[in-house]
Design a protein around this ligand. Structure first.
Ligand SMILES: [Zn+2]
Length: 248
């Protein structure tokens, strides 16, 4: 099963999709796992990638992949490849499909439909504290000429405030408005942290779509490292500008 965020629907030249844990060939709980780094059979991962990206009409050599490190390094690229120590990618090139790997961390998709330009950001709690979503917006403005007030964004399925309990020390990094306390635990609303950063960066509220799905309690659809630990697979989000006539 593939999720297609509605925020991109008005722009046929955009391709945006997320994998789920369903539809793959990996054994056990891995299912549709798209990561080679979690102990899954590599040939199964390759088959899963062929299935997911093939269903979207994307060739594997059109992917821009990042080796994510929970940092805040964003790169502006103009072709496919794999980038080390990277948690955000952006491009204005068509036919380059930016990937973000997730299993609880927040995937943030950024689009300037006019340039056009696209960006993806991987925002776990560390990246969120570092403000990587806002940095992505700023980076696209500076490097690709994006008009921030005209940008649209999607915050994808990720750990929800319903389940994302953290220790006091981690909670203390976040604004009080994004922390819920119940039963002696601290729950961080990472989606709201990132939405707030996008607003502060200059996006309009109506231009930010937030997927309410929680990966931790959404066990039928989503991988979750918090829930399944070392046996958790990884999903991918992908965003790109299709080859073709463009926005006209
Ligand atoms: Zn939940």
């Amino acid at each position: 099963m593939i999720i297609r965020p509605a925020f991109a629907e008005a722009y046929p030249f955009l391709l945006c999709a997320l994998s789920t844990r369903q539809g793959g060939v990996s054994d056990g709980g891995f299912g549709m796992n798209l990561s080679y780094a979690v102990g899954d059979d590599p040939s199964a991962v390759t088959e899963n990638r062929k299935r997911f990206f093939g269903a979207l009409g994307i060739a594997l050599d059109e992917l821009a992949l990042q080796k994510q490190v929970h940092g805040d390094t964003i790169r502006c690229i103009d072709g496919p490849g794999t980038w080390d120590d990277t948690d955000g990618l952006c491009t204005s090139a068509a036919g380059v499909y930016l990937c973000v790997t997730i299993a609880d961390c927040v995937p943030v998709f950024l689009v300037d439909p006019t340039v056009p330009a696209v960006g993806v950001v991987h925002a776990g709690w560390r990246g969120s504290v570092a403000g990587i979503a806002a940095k992505g917006v700023q980076f696209m403005a500076e490097r690709l000429g994006a008009n921030v007030s005209g940008m649209i964004a999607c915050i994808g399925p990720s750990a929800g405030v319903c389940c994302y309990a953290v220790g006091h020390k981690v909670a203390s990094h976040f604004p009080e408005s994004c922390v819920v306390r119940r039963d002696g635990q601290h729950y961080v609303n990472l989606k709201e942290v990132n939405r707030t950063q996008l607003l502060e960066a200059g996006l309009r509220s109506e231009s930010i779509l937030v997927d309410p799905a929680c990966t931790i309690c959404g066990a039928d659809l989503y991988h979750s490292h918090r829930r399944d630990g070392a046996r958790s697979g990884r999903m991918m989000g992908v965003l790109g500008i299709r080859r073709g006539p463009g926005p006209g």
